[in-house]
Design a protein around this ligand. Sequence first.
Ligand code: T4K
Length: 393
Amino acid sequence: MAARKPIYVTQPELPPLEEFLPYLRKIWDAKILTNGGPFHQMFEAALCEHLGVKHISLFTNATIALVTALQSLRITGEVITTPYSFVATAHSLMWNGIKPVFVDVDPVTLNMNAALIEAAITPQTTAIMPIHCYGTPCDVEAIQRVADNYNLKIIYDAAHAFGVRRGEGGAMRSVLNHGDLSVLSFHATKVFNTFEGGAIICPDAKTKQRIDHLKNFGFVNETTVVATGINGKMSEFNAALGLVQLKHVDNAIARRGAIEARYRALLRDVPGLRMLQRSADVTPNHSYFPVLLGRDYALGRDGLYQRLREEGVMARRYFHPLISDFPMYRSLPSADPTGLPVAREAADQVLCLPIYPALEEADVDRIAAVVRSGAVLRSAAVPSSSPDLAMAV
Ligand code: T4K
């Protein structure tokens, strides 16, 4: 298996170049490169339609979008969030001078445990910032109930949740419609990419207008600046690419689904290995394929991480360390590890296996065989045949 091309945790999906070239030609001809040009407007409209949401404001990336989302709702004081995420979630609070308050996650979904929010509320609390981790929807109803009771805003970090839907009132609806705002990432490593990019989803035109002002330095017109805005605008290049990418994203997600099913079948009976459950009421986007390697897994999580690397497979420990372990957070009272046992265990056990549309079945089989081999002592043989794929879920 040595000397093969490395397999990374993900590989960006790109359209055929010839499909994109006519868009580039238009940009070259019009010389409108940014500041809300025609592709920007078309892409916002196309995304609203595709995702089933009312209003979208495009951004240069999700981190600036998170920072701006908090500004747009004038969030201050303390915000309740999760330590089990990418650092950008909590960093967006710090960039606004807001104190993150970490609560533990649910052991089944690894999303913020809604039952723990109430106890973390203080007179300074103004909002809740959960994430739909790996694209698994949060307990949105329970979080909304707490927010309503205490008059708090909800900003979902939905960086992983492009295209995720859940059953509501007999129909499948976008998870992005929950809370006050949701933030998507279109980074290269995401299910849907525009190289770099992001967006805020909001329910009404007035909020979108404020967000649009904030991402353009606060300008309303040539001479009026209404807020200390930032430059968060998506360029015409990224927006045009997004329009082309939209044509292919359903196929890409379907291909991811097939890979996930194959992994699930191949790994279903590995001692000490847990896969996250899928709810029948959710249309997933298969953005990540995390496995949790518990005490019964012979090689241990870090042993497997290393063994995969030796085989040229760059699996990643998303999310280890916890955000609350990083130096700028660890002195916060809520970062105390004793208050975050579930998140800590997940961070110690998680490994995200490669998943992307171009990943070949033979490579999935090979990766799964390495994972299976780690469940037994080194002297035992790596199984050469695959278990019955007919059991795929
Ligand atoms: N909230 C959440 C919950 C997030 O997960 C993220 C981002 C954000 C907010 C912020 O969104 P953005 O501001 O980025 O829009 C990556 C991504 O950089 C980051 O966007 C993502 N989450 C995070 C989970 O993963 P790294 O440091 O692990 O990326 P990197 O460069 O190691 O990439 C992973 C692998 O992907 C590489 O080994 C190879 C492959 N790759 C990567 C890039 C960038 C490619 O094949 N091509 C590429 O262009 O953070």
